[in-house]
Design a binder for this molecule. Sequence first.
Ligand SMILES: CC(C)(COP(=O)(O)OP(=O)(O)OC[C@H]1O[C@@H](n2cnc3c(N)ncnc32)[C@H](O)[C@@H]1OP(=O)(O)O)[C@@H](O)C(=O)NCCC(=O)NCCS
Length: 152
Amino acid sequence: MRKAIGIRIETATDKDTARLTQLYRKLYKGDEDQRFFKSNAVANYFKSGSRVFVARDGNCIEGFIWVVYYEHIKNKGIGIIEELYIDDKYRKKGIGKRLVSKAIEYLKKRDVLVVIVTTSPHMINAKRFYKAVGFKVSREWFYYSLSRIKQQ
Ligand SMILES: CC(C)(COP(=O)(O)OP(=O)(O)OC[C@H]1O[C@@H](n2cnc3c(N)ncnc32)[C@H](O)[C@@H]1OP(=O)(O)O)[C@@H](O)C(=O)NCCC(=O)NCCS
């Protein structure tokens, strides 16, 4: 794996919204009909409890991670990786791993005990990535679907 030299990991600001929106659209390419795709999800990135870290090459953002934490029970906080995306040409250079480390460092300071991320069964690369950066697979995940998609 070739390391990316000169990439800076920084906290995003609302000045980054346009570029984050571009990357977000690449991430959800093919899902353009989804309601959230047209919503201002990117603006929600900057709400309380949310943090976005970006990987910058010069002035351009080439990847981002969006994390959220919940303080619902004292000392039992949960951190969630909501989105992680690295632009194609910048993959396999250690940037995703650096963004995840930065997110974990941020969540640790908030007494988060567990960081979770969900992937779909078809996201083989994402699953390999999360295993490679130290995540374990949980088989104890209950859900109640409200989607109109037929439950399997
Ligand atoms: C998944 C993704 C974030 C990985 O980012 P990346 O910057 O290429 O990953 P890194 O270079 O930091 O790789 C870190 C580790 O994961 C492994 N890895 C990364 N991509 C992999 C792949 N496609 N297949 C197998 N392993 C992979 C690397 O080999 C590396 O392992 P190592 O530390 O043992 O050498 C990136 O491919 C991406 O944006 N994909 C599309 C969006 C997506 O799937 N997001 C995650 C879902 S929330």
